[in-house]
Design a protein around this ligand. Structure first.
Ligand code: SF4
Ligand code: SF4
Length: 366
């Protein structure tokens, strides 16, 4: 069981990310799943997931995001969607759209699914399939998008962008419109897990980033009321870090395929933290009282320059995982911040990516 710590006034999580499996037919070189993947035999059972969903609703969680890997690799997905719906949770499916079509999506809609978020690798099929590491993936995704709309479900397209597909951004926006999406997320690669391995192959130049930002700005004006465009820039070009997960243990709880609970995708890589599992702790114990979820909560853990910074309750010192990955210490200021004493590490990474991009190292699932 987790170490008990008494803490006042912590809000319940807003959303739970249910990482149902690490299995996926794609091999995206920016995949946020860990470099060491969980095996199917280690995954939580349907009964265990249903217990998690029941506890989440009781805790005050409002949304559940069914994710992976590819969540449609789980044959019991419809059962889990139904359980979420019965407990009043807003169910969102985050999928690559390559393991099913109309038949599956209609079952999910009947089970109570509320929304689908579908990822694309590019607008050009050949390059999209090359990045995904699966021939024919783009065509399947396009068909899946049509099935989602035919089932009457709202659709968000997720376009992960980088130096090897950015030039197609205007066409990506047109594709989102043509596929009937209400929302488009244009997300530059964030450098964790496989994306960190492939960082030099992805990092855009400042000029490429500025051009993309101008395209998004113009499209937002032009498509006001038609298509909402979310835009996530690559950290490394920013002067201040993102508010990672809106703060450690403030709004989000991720449950990994094996039941381990973490505040974000990459947190499992942090040393010295014992992340509890839903197999031996209640969700309430994990959220309110575990040492791991309290370690970087709020501002008490901060050293300078964050401790006295006016942005400390805006960006919460940036990303703990990035601080560890770049500076070797999760309690340091995110090196992306220009005020960080480690900021030159980011400049060195940008300089290292200036040459022609190396070949991808693909994610593998054995
Ligand atoms: S990023 Fe790509 S490989 Fe990773 S889970 Fe998503 S679709 Fe699969
Ligand atoms: S010093 Fe810390 S709190 Fe201030 S902007 Fe940088 S990361 Fe954010």
């Amino acid at each position: 069981m987790s170490t008990r710590i008494d803490r006042p006034a912590i809000d319940p999580p807003l959303a739970l990310l249910a990482e149902l499996t690490h299995r996926c037919p794609l091999r995206c070189p920016y995949c946020s799943n860990p470099v060491a993947l969980a095996r199917a035999s280690e995954e939580l059972s349907a009964a265990e997931w249903i217990g998690v969903l029941r506890e989440a609703a009781a805790l005050g969680v409002l949304q559940v995001h069914f994710s992976g890997g590819e969540p449609m690799a789980r044959r019991d997905l419809a059962q889990l969607i139904a359980a979420a719906s019965e407990h009043g949770l807003y169910g969102n499916l985050i999928t690559s759209g390559t393991l099913g079509g109309s038949a599956e999506i209609e079952v999910f809609a009947k089970a109570g699914l509320k929304h689908v978020q579908l990822s694309f690798q590019d607008v050009a099929p050949d390059n999209a399939d090359r990045i995904a590491g699966l021939a024919g993936a783009h065509g399947r995704k396009t068909a899946f998008a049509a099935a989602v709309r035919a089932a009457g479900l709202p659709l968000t397209l997720n376009m992960v962008v980088h130096r090897q597909n950015l030039r197609g951004l205007p066409d990506m926006i047109d594709m989102a419109l043509a596929l009937g999406a209400r929302r488009l997320e244009v997300a530059h690669v964030q450098y964790y897990a496989w994306a960190l391995v492939n960082r030099a192959a992805f990092l855009p130049s400042r000029a490429e980033l500025d051009e993309a930002t101008a395209v998004v700005k113009a499209a937002r004006e032009r498509l006001k009321g038609v298509l909402t465009i979310d835009y996530v820039i690559p950290d490394y070009h920013a002067r201040r870090p993102k508010s990672c997960m809106n703060g450690w243990g403030r709004q989000f709880i991720n449950i990994m395929p094996t039941g381990k609970a973490v505040p974000c995708h990459a947190a499992e890589t942090l040393p010295g933290l014992d992340f509890p599992s839903v197999r031996d702790s209640s969700l309430a114990d994990i959220w309110y009282r575990s040492a791991a979820f309290n370690r970087f909560r709020g501002t008490d853990w901060m050293a300078e320059p964050c401790r006295s910074c006016e942005r400390r309750e805006i960006d919460w010192g940036g990303c703990r995982c990035q601080a560890f990955q770049l500076a070797g210490d999760a309690s340091r200021t995110d090196p992306v911040c220009a005020l960080s004493p480690d900021h030159e590490l980011v400049g060195a990474a940008l300089a290292g990516a200036a040459a022609s991009p190396p070949a991808f190292v693909y994610r593998q699932y054995r």
